[in-house]
Design a protein around this ligand. Structure first.
Ligand SMILES: [Fe+2]
Length: 201
């Protein structure tokens, strides 16, 4: 649509897509909201600029938006996935990237890239492109960390909520494998002061 009379401000697009995600999967929408907050706190701690913080927030808000395109039989399955179901779920990073690129707004490419790569691992064992180290966009490395923290402290059908100290121990063991060790070091300082920090030591 080229007619600028129909151009919709970015913040309205963001709100609309967030409502759409909440209608599809309320649990994922609330998770994304918490990941935005934690990512922002970590981004501020490492002194990202306001422009970068804005892009990071949108990447965090949209990181799981692609779950809109995952069938209920996989998205809502309470048991562990079979191999083909894992392959299906992994598509959410590519679907999310396409939705963000379709906005075609300012910084869509950076935000779409943050979404695409939020399940890459620091040692190159993640997906979809098996990027490693600083090949992985900074926003994606931040979101990977805050996403992991929030996923582990909340109740999911397949695991009990974990206490703060237990989650931090798991994240520490994953430093250098799943997560960027420098960012994890910064996150350790941030989470202690965060209102999002869960209980347990
Ligand atoms: Fe995800």
């Amino acid at each position: 649509m080229k007619n600028s009379a129909y151009a919709v401000p970015m913040e309205k697009v963001v709100r609309s897509l967030t409502v759409a995600l909440g209608a599809r999967d309320h649990h994922t929408r609330l998770h994304c909201d918490r990941v935005v907050q934690l990512s922002n706190e970590l981004g501020r701690h490492i002194e990202l600029s306001e422009r970068e913080l804005g892009q990071l927030s949108l990447g965090a808000q949209f990181h799981d938006l692609g779950k809109i395109g995952i069938p209920d039989s996989v998205l809502l399955k309470p048991e562990a996935f079979e191999a083909d179901e894992w392959a299906c779920m992994k598509q959410h990073v590519l679907i999310g990237e396409q939705i963000v690129l379709a906005i075609n707004g300012e910084h869509s490419r950076e935000i779409a890239s943050a979404v695409r790569h939020h399940h890459e691992h620091f040692d190159g064992s993640g997906y979809p492109d098996r990027l490693s180290g600083t090949e992985i966009p900074l926003y994606s490395r931040i979101i990977s960390l805050t996403d992991s923290y929030d996923a582990m402290v909340e109740t999911r059908p397949y695991h009990r909520p974990r206490q703060h100290r237990e989650v931090m121990d798991i994240l520490s063991r994953e430093a250098g494998h799943k997560h960027d060790p420098d960012l994890l070091h910064a996150f350790c300082a941030v989470i202690e002061k965060s209102p999002t920090r869960t209980s347990g030591d």
